[in-house]
Design a protein around this ligand. Structure first.
Ligand SMILES: [Zn+2]
Length: 424
């Protein structure tokens, strides 16, 4: 039994913002009561959350844990340790491992490794197509049986509209979301950053914003055709966001996530430094402004990290040759506090929603603090001053553009299944 007491509980699913004590009994929340009402004389382990926010456990819809196959960049053990330090209690891992998670046996391998070595919950995402090659549909029903929570060919889009339709129809009957890495590969071919004044000045090949929004348009149309739940991953462009907004207004089951790097940085920050190279690339100022507006007004459903570790040897090369992706677990909450809450753009309640009930809804789950709910909590400070030092990260990779950044606010403890998985 673990008693989390004296905390300010913010629970968007119930619109609660009040001082509560929470008693956890193993996997489940046993009791929630006003401060001081739960007797702690029974020898419970106690966590004093005075001056801290207590939220439902944060869920990251989008991460790469690199296991199986690329363990020199990350493992389920190291990645989930980094996730716990960022306040995440559950991470969805993308299927672009080696081998690709396109079968129940790979899904089971990931879940077995997670059971043995993970600090937080690991929810695998299965491939939409065999090998994510965009040809034949993967064994989605068998993977769902084994434990996947969604499908995606992330790293690339589902290759053709015909296949995307087929995957959506299949996933609709299984009631799981299709997560789309929206990219028109013909428009993006050869590009290493966003097309614009900066790419011209740097002499780097750029992709237009339409490389993303053309594919979002396709997927919104197919969501309408099939009735499927379609989730746009790492949405970065204003035009994409406008399409999601209008799809929602039309009642389609379309959702989207935004990454901290896209709401914090722009293409102007790119300076031949591979830590600023990711896909989709950092966008224009007007895109960032649109994302901030979408995060505030409810169009965006979730903040997701797209944690994409690459071992230093892979990333320490010329910008053109470096792989896409940056790490993200440990800086996501602090960047959200900095960019959204301390700036006055978004309420604390709404920010917590973007990490909890928002992503839960995308997966068809509930995230709230109430008896019988999973005993997962994220405990954080809005004030704690700290500096992110990438060399202290438990991740095997170091590819963060936020190394050395000073923050106000941080995760202070992560509780998974009633146990403290990490505390500062
Ligand atoms: Zn992606």
């Amino acid at each position: 039994m673990l008693l989390v007491k004296n905390g300010r509980v913010i629970d968007p699913a119930r619109n609660t913002d009040t001082l509560l004590d929470i008693l956890l009994d193993g996997e489940r929340i046993a009791e929630v009561a006003p401060r001081g009402k739960i007797s702690s004389s029974n020898g419970f382990e106690t966590f004093d959350a005075s001056e801290l926010i207590v939220a439902p456990g944060f869920i990251d819809l989008h991460a790469h844990l690199r296991e199986p196959g690329q363990e020199s960049s990350e493992t389920i053990e190291t990645g989930t340790r980094a996730a716990a330090r960022g306040g995440f209690t559950a991470v969805c891992c993308m299927p672009n491992t080696k081998p690709v998670n396109d079968s129940a046996s790979v899904t089971r391998f990931i879940l077995d490794r997670a059971k043995a070595a993970a600090s937080v919950r690991v929810w695998p995402i299965g491939a939409a197509s065999v090998g994510s090659k965009g040809e034949a549909i993967a064994e989605i029903a068998a993977m769902k049986q084994a434990g996947i929570v969604a499908v995606s060919d992330d790293g690339k889009p589902i290759a053709t509209a015909k296949l995307a339709r087929q995957v959506m129809e299949y996933c609709r009957s299984l009631d799981i979301p299709v997560i789309e890495h929206a990219e028109d590969v013909s428009l993006a071919a050869g590009a290493v950053m966003r097309e614009g004044v900066t790419s011209t000045r740097l002499g780097l090949a750029g992709m237009p914003a339409a490389a993303e929004s053309v594919c979002v348009a396709r997927d919104v149309q197919l969501a309408e055709l099939t009735g499927a739940r379609v989730h746009i991953a790492h949405l970065s462009a204003k035009g994409s966001l406008e399409q999601v907004r209008s799809a929602k207004q039309r009642g389609l089951r379309v959702s989207c996530e935004v990454t901290p790097h896209h709401f914090t940085l722009t293409d102007e920050d790119v300076q031949y430094d591979s830590r600023y190279k990711m896909n989709p690339p950092l966008a224009a100022r007007e895109d960032r402004e649109a994302l901030l507006a979408g995060l505030a007004d409810g169009t965006v459903d979730a903040i997701a990290t797209d944690h994409a570790p690459h071992e230093p040897a892979l990333k320490d090369v010329e910008f053109d040759r470096a792989p896409f992706g940056i790490t993200g677990f440990e800086t996501a909450l602090s960047l959200a506090l900095e960019q959204l809450v301390h700036s006055g753009r978004v309420s604390l309640m709404r920010m917590v929603e973007l990490f909890t009930s928002g992503p839960a809804r995308v997966l068809g789950l509930e995230r709230t603090i109430a008896p019988n709910q999973p005993a997962d909590l994220t405990i954080f400070s809005t004030e704690h001053a700290w500096t992110y030092e990438v060399k202290e990260s438990p991740s095997k990779s170091r590819n963060s553009p936020f190394d050395g950044r000073k923050f106000k606010g941080a995760a202070m403890a992560t509780v998974v299944a009633g146990r403290i998985a990490w505390k500062r």
